[in-house]
Design a protein. Structure first.
Length: 603
């Protein structure tokens, strides 16, 4: 089954790993041959297209994923390698490449019938200190190199050994081949193989099966329905969950904060019993309630990347199915139980619409962005992998302590993330175990800890009785974001009026500008839909007047980077600025040169 050869060994130390664990080892490369039947080719599935777009655009350390598989006692190198070979032969995704021209999306996937892959063995002379953490650092470091989609095997595999026995498999994976749930399935099957447990023949859909289903008439109808659902959310919900004075543009590096709490697990079970609701739904409702409370929002918009494995034939599919289920949950309350009653339906709606053509989705997002004048920010991600049978990507428990804990918070390694609040749920019983990454511009370390402590307090309060949302600050200790009078809720989006005004002036070539909030916001609906933004721009006597379309186009470039901006609903270009540029009535008395909404292209 395998033709294993050894290349020239090398001697290194692991001092370059993150974090450093000085220990000597001898490194050997094994070339493994597989043979799996018939070669196939065909179009890409939508999940593959979605991930490949990101792979071609993003830094590899952000888009590649990793995992650590602890080996059973007395696992030999030969048994570990043979089991890996069986996995490759069982699952087409591990034998797939994506030929494409540089800079272009692939149009086909090719499944190989036979070939080779490489396994690196690190034979250690002594056992590394904190072996679980060391294995995690090896796996994490292997994410840094980009996978070549047209030729590379999609797993980078390292066996950590001592005295000829494997302690861990540390691996990085191409997100074009697998997502976190697929890695967990592979872990589950590898463990079965090395322990001699027979595996049934695979019955889950392959990537080519999925592509055929998705390009059928029924598949196209489902994709269209998903796009309509997303468009409705993007046109009506907050453009960004975290639009507030502390926000800073760009990506950031933040440390992983892990909560382990038997106390929270008991509270979750008791709340589920009191409300007669499933525990995962209760947790989702509590997490969204606290996230929206902290952000000062009436709606919680969150991406749930694992929501699309809920259909028959997909739960055990080894491929990248990970597309966002976009949750939009009404947080108007008035109590936690009222939010909980809405959560199941909102989550089901999001999950049902989580398979779509990602190319068309981003075309739609670009169109809605321009028409609404907003910026869709994927600020909040909630990834519940508690039902997955093994540890998921990037969330391995590294403490080495499997005993339940009453309550603990542990800081782990840093990671660069293009989102503001990311949560992985690893387990809901007997203890609640989850990891949080929070934007350090919005959450100090103490505030990130308060967010998780507040979640436990909310679950404990909800286990006893229904909780009024008006009491969330006193119940949880988490305070909403602070915004002064410059901040307004317009079209359900928090915006800084002065920031919009400066951005309009910049788009006009630094001409004098004023942005007015029309209608009385206090008399408007709570989501701010009764209020509008009107931008006034003044042109000097010898200057040429910018068009509303030109102003809007220039402004959208800035909006693409900043969540506190919303494009004005109307642009008015006048001759000469009034003496008092803050006087709306004075602007309205100036001669109008041109006006319009800026969304319409000039004829």
């Amino acid at each position: 089954m395998t033709d294993t050869t050894h290349e020239t060994p090398v001697h290194e130390t692991s001092a370059h790993a993150e974090p450093a664990h000085p220990t000597a080892y001898r490194q050997t490369s094994h070339s493994v041959r597989y043979s799996a039947g018939v070669a196939r080719r065909g179009p890409l599935a939508v999940g593959q297209t979605n991930m490949i777009r990101c792979i071609l655009r993003d830094d590899p350390v952000q888009i590649n994923i990793h995992d650590v598989w602890p080996a059973p006692l007395d696992t030999s190198v030969e048994a570990a390698v043979d089991a890996l070979c069986v996995l490759v032969e069982r699952h087409e995704a591990l034998r797939t490449t994506f030929p494409h021209r540089p800079g272009e999306l692939p149009e086909e996937q090719h499944v190989a019938a036979e070939g080779t892959f490489r396994v690196v063995e690190r034979a250690h002379h002594t056992c590394p200190e904190q072996p679980d953490r060391y294995a995690e650092s090896v796996a994490r470091l292997s994410r840094h190199e980009r996978f070549r989609l047209d030729r590379d095997f999609p797993l980078r595999l390292t066996l950590l050994t001592r005295n000829g026995t494997v302690s861990h498999v540390a691996l990085a994976a191409s997100h074009a081949a697998v997502d976190g749930s697929a890695l967990a399935i592979l872990h589950d099957e590898w463990h079965a193989l090395v322990t001699g447990t027979p595996l049934p023949a695979p019955t889950a859909r392959t990537p080519l099966d999925l592509a055929a289903e998705e390009t059928s008439p029924g598949g196209r109808r489902r994709s269209e329905a998903s796009l309509r659902y997303w468009e409705n959310v993007l046109r009506t919900a907050p453009q960004a969950m975290f639009a507030e004075p502390r926000l800073r543009a760009g990506e950031y590096s933040t440390a992983q904060l892990t909560l382990r709490s038997s106390r929270a697990g008991r509270a979750l079970r008791d709340t589920a019993a009191r409300t007669k609701s499933p525990a995962p739904t209760v947790l989702l409702a509590a997490w969204c309630t606290l996230a929206a409370h902290r952000a000062g929002q009436h709606t919680c918009v969150a991406a749930a990347p694992t929501g699309n494995r809920n259909r028959s034939g997909l739960a055990r599919s080894v491929t990248t199915l990970s597309q966002d289920a976009l949750l939009s949950l009404d947080m108007s309350g008035p109590t936690f139980d009222a939010v909980l009653r809405r959560t199941w339906g909102a989550a089901l709606d999001a999950y049902r619409h989580s398979r779509f053509d990602s190319v068309r989705l981003w075309e739609m997002i670009d169109s809605v962005t321009r028409e609404r004048g907003s910026r869709f920010a994927r600020d909040v991600v909630f990834n519940d992998v508690s039902s997955v049978p093994a540890t998921s990507v990037g969330t391995v428990e590294t403490s080495g302590d499997a005993e339940p804990r009453e309550f603990s918070l542990t800081w782990g390694p840093e990671q660069v993330l293009p989102t503001r609040l990311l949560t992985f749920v690893h387990a809901v019983e007997p203890e609640l175990r989850l990891s949080l990454w929070a934007d350090p511009a919005l959450f100090t370390r103490a505030e990130a800890e308060d967010q998780l402590t507040g979640l436990v307090r909310l679950l404990e309060a909800a286990a006893r009785a229904d909780v009024p949302l008006a009491d969330l600050t006193s119940v949880t200790g988490v305070r909403p974001a602070e915004r002064d009078a410059d901040w307004h809720r317009i079209d359900d989006c928090w915006i800084s009026r002065s920031a919009v005004e400066r951005a309009v002036s910049d788009a006009a070539g630094r001409l004098p500008a004023h942005v007015a909030v029309t209608d009385d916001p206090a008399a408007a609906a709570p989501d701010g839909r009764g209020a509008r933004l009107v931008a006034y721009v003044a042109v000097p006597p010898d200057g040429s007047a910018p068009t509303p379309h030109g102003l809007h186009t220039g402004l959208m470039t800035e909006i693409a980077r900043r969540s506190e901006l919303l494009a004005p609903h109307h642009y008015v270009v006048v001759r000469d600025a009034p003496h008092d540029t803050t006087d709306v009535a004075a602007w309205q008395r100036r001669p109008v040169l041109t006006e319009g909404n800026g969304r319409e292209r000039p004829m």
